[in-house]
Design a protein around this ligand. Structure first.
Ligand code: C2O
Ligand code: CU
Ligand code: CU
Length: 470
């Protein structure tokens, strides 16, 4: 009976978390450890509507499941860094100190804020220096964002060493208030045998592959844990906020045997929920989904194969689905069924007839419009208050996730086909040889804003440009 033998061998070879996921029954003793969430930053201000927090970037030692503590660089000693939670309308003051021995910044990915507080490569914070990031959270921008360093040429290195964290903006009129919430920050990393983070030798074969593909690691983490578990009860619907904080790995998320309700992306909720069997989350993108467990057993959150590569440098195991976490239904009594609203938050379309300029932005390997980043050059000048359409075309055989600082946008169409859901975005994947159009309004905040590929190695090597809004 060769089939049975094969099946058993496959079971034995599977990591224990996957086995648990497939053999689990409600109430069975769970094997994976419970998912933990990063600490929430304490608000030092007592003034209503003001959030004042302290962040320090410094070397630390943390448990990344390697058997020995891993030397990292961390915000306030934790990987991921602590979560910054704010509300629409809040004035935010981040008192930052750089205790690394090299320059860094904190970039507030996806936020609409003054140029001086964007934490872009224009405003490096020297070792030992302090910088206050001050901004106000605009109304209507509730959503899931994140923060990470953005020094020129060193973003991959610093993020790979543990510098990243989530930022959640809440609204008073949240249509999903009351749904139990989980934050899932997805990263991957590579380690040496001694448990230290493995960065390639400059000029090595691995360094060249990383430059081409972006740095991927073989160890996958959710909130810094490997294959953790989320508990749920029969009848419960959980709201997951998922952040792709990986340098280069693109996730094609699925819960086999279950359908997710996709309810939001980078800049918050959609008009209404959308049932999806899977969803692709490119670098720096976020998703909000509603999920429920399976009364008859455990479910697993998996990332399915996604071919973003050129054939020459595709990783050997790219076709292998990877387990991310187990969704375990406990034997606790069922919760009262929750009603999922079919109207979430209206996403007002940006009127395309208001666009005064259409630009073409061409992505090739390592370059945008045939140029590499030059901080002394302005690539695009736009008028304050104007609306523009950008046609972004990827002319090479590898995906490039495109990101714009400071201003959220809407995707109009992909290869001339209108997108099915309107949403607020700040990052969008541009698959190989595809073309898409976005529309953006440059409200407030004059200054110089980066646009770039969010594969961190590509960004570091100069796949980035400068937009001046004035
Ligand atoms: Cu998330 Cu310019 O970056
Ligand atoms: Cu950004
Ligand atoms: Cu790229």
């Amino acid at each position: 009976m060769p089939l049975v033998v094969l099946f058993l061998t496959a079971l034995i070879a599977m990591p224990s978390a996957v086995q648990a996921a497939q053999t689990g029954t409600p109430g069975a003793p769970p094997t994976a450890e419970l998912l933990e969430e990063p600490p929430v930053l304490a608000n030092l201000s007592t003034e209503p509507g003001v959030v004042e927090v302290e962040l320090v970037a410094a070397p630390a030692q943390v448990d990344l499941g390697r058997g020995v503590p891993t030397p990292v660089w961390a915000f306030n000693g934790s990987v991921p860094g602590p979560t910054l939670e704010v509300r629409e309308g809040d004035r935010v003051v981040v008192r930052f100190r750089n205790d690394l021995d090299e320059p860094t910044t904190i970039h507030w990915h996806g936020l609409h804020l003054p140029f001086e507080s964007d934490g872009s490569p224009f405003h490096p914070v020297a070792p030992g220096e302090r910088h206050d990031y001050v901004f106000t959270i605009p109304e209507g921008t509730a959503g899931t964002y994140w923060y990470h360093p953005h020094p020129h040429h060193r973003t991959t290195h610093q993020v790979s060493h543990g510098l990243f964290g989530a930022l959640i903006v809440r609204a008073d009129d949240d249509p999903l208030a009351g749904f139990p919430e989980r934050l899932l920050i997805l990263t991957d990393n590579r380690f040496r045998e001694d448990g230290t983070i493995d960065m390639p030798e400059p000029g090595s074969m691995q360094a060249r592959i990383d430059e081409e593909n972006g740095r991927e690691g073989d160890v996958l983490f959710v909130n810094g844990q490997v294959a953790p578990r989320i508990d749920t009860r029969v009848g419960e619907v959980q709201r997951w906020r998922i952040v792709n904080a990986s340098a280069a790995r693109v996730y094609r998320l699925a819960i086999p045997g279950s359908t997710m309700l996709h309810v939001g992306s980078d800049g918050g909720l959609f008009d209404g929920p959308l049932a999806v069997p899977e969803l692709v989350l490119a670098n720096s993108e976020r998703a909000e989904v509603l999920v429920s467990g399976d009364a008859g057993g455990d479910l697993e959150l998996t990332t399915l194969p996604y071919d973003r590569y050129i054939p020459q440098t595709r990783p050997r195991d790219w076709k292998t689905p990877r387990h991310l976490l187990t969704l375990h239904t406990t034997a606790d009594p069922p919760v009262a069924p929750m009603t999922i609203p079919d109207v979430l938050r209206p996403v007002e379309p940006i009127d395309a007839s208001e666009a005064t300029t259409t630009r073409v932005v061409v992505l090739s390997q390592g370059m945008i419009n045939n140029r590499k980043m030059d901080a002394a050059r302005v690539d695009i000048t736009a008028a304050l208050g104007s609306t523009e359409i950008w046609e972004i075309e990827n002319v090479v055989g590898m995906d490039h996730p495109f990101h714009l600082h400071g201003f959220r946008f809407q995707i109009l169409d992909r290869n001339d086909v209108p997108v099915p859901v309107r949403s607020w975005k700040d990052s969008v994947n541009v698959p190989k040889h595809e073309r898409l159009r976005i529309i953006v309004r440059f409200e407030d905040y004059p200054g110089k804003w980066m646009f770039h590929c969010h594969i961190l190695n590509h960004e570091d090597m100069g796949m980035m440009g400068v937009l001046e809004v004035s």
